[in-house]
Design a protein around this ligand. Structure first.
Ligand code: NAP
Length: 280
């Protein structure tokens, strides 16, 4: 997947950690930060995808390292930040991006799915943010904590997934205020809909219908609930609905822009929407 082209090495000498960097939005952010000169520490569950991103970052003249971990485990979530400090001696940018959705009605849902969403979208983001603040303080960084929310956080009835993103917004604003007297900024990025493996837990029948409506291949074997979606399916969806979907690279552009503003500019929230937004 193509990364955002950084025209200058504005992040040279900085270290960035990106969670959920093995897919979709996190992958695009990691490659964008690497192209801008940061040493990038990628966290995720799929080694092969992160190795491909690491190779692309190194090809663009940057450096990167990939760590397979489970971000839901507090010790493993902290260890990703510790790896960044151990290998580079510093931490400047922390992107808490890993996230999952199980779109089920509350009355019929599996409580284990609620646990996975709460632990991935909220607990891991809290642990990552806290570990990042401690690491940034220790090295005196003018740091940036970038937390990936969603436009679902702006909707009052967006289910349990939306509730986790409402929580993300509340946590981010609270943390931003806690850090007002320190050189560490906190920004919330709220993307609109993007064709990524985020849809991995959707009902396969719904996915098949969506892809066929867009004129794509509907081989049912393409969709196994819980599995990452094939890149060619995601690309076809993106191309078929380009005006109604953002791209991972759009979000990566917003992240790079947010963390390269002058020191006196304090951005709290950014919403990244497609041209023709289907959500409220
Ligand atoms: N796509 C959208 O429409 C959309 C819109 C608004 C906001 N968002 C948010 O954007 C973020 C990224 O989503 P995406 O669209 O890029 O989805 P994605 O392609 O499914 O990527 C999710 C990433 O999180 C990782 N991850 C999930 N559970 C993990 C765990 N327990 N431990 C470690 N890594 C874990 C995944 O790893 P593996 O792939 O290796 O399993 C993957 O790298 C999420 O926070 C999501 O809520 C997405």
């Amino acid at each position: 997947m193509a990364s955002v082209a950084a025209t200058e090495k504005s992040l040279a000498g900085r270290t960035a950690v990106v969670t959920g960097a093995s897919s979709g939005i996190g992958r695009a952010i990691a490659e964008s930060l690497g192209a801008a000169g940061a040493h990038v520490v990628l966290g995720g569950r799929t080694r092969s995808a992160m190795d491909e991103s690491t190779a692309r970052i190194e090809k663009s003249g940057g450096t990167a390292e990939a760590h397979v971990h489970d971000v839901r485990d507090v010790v493993q979530a902290r260890a990703l930040v510790e790896s960044a400090v151990a290998s580079s001696g510093r931490l400047d940018v922390m992107v808490n991006n890993a996230g999952v959705s199980y779109p089920e009605p509350i009355v019929d849902a599996d409580p284990e799915h609620w646990r996975v969403m709460l632990e991935t979208n909220v607990l891991a983001l809290l642990v990552g943010s806290q570990a990042a603040v401690h690491a940034m303080r220790a090295c005196g960084a003018e740091g940036h904590i970038v937390n990936i929310s969603s436009v679902a956080s702006l909707q009052p009835a967006s289910g349990v997934y939306g509730a986790t993103k409402h929580a993300v917004n509340c946590i981010n604003e609270s943390l931003r205020r806690e850090l007002l007297d320190e050189p560490i900024k906190v920004v919330t990025i709220m993307p609109g809909a993007i064709a990524t493996s985020f849809a991995r837990n959707f009902d396969p029948a719904v996915l098949e219908l969506m892809v066929s409506t867009m004129g794509g291949n509907t081989d049912p074997a393409q969709f196994t609930q819980g599995d990452r979606l094939p890149d060619e399916v995601l690309l076809a969806a993106q191309q078929a609905m380009s005006e109604h979907l953002c791209t991972p690279e759009d979000v990566a552009e917003a992240v790079l822009w947010a963390i390269t503003r002058p020191a006196g500019v304090h951005l709290a929230e950014l919403v990244v929407r497609p041209k023709k937004d289907l959500s409220l």
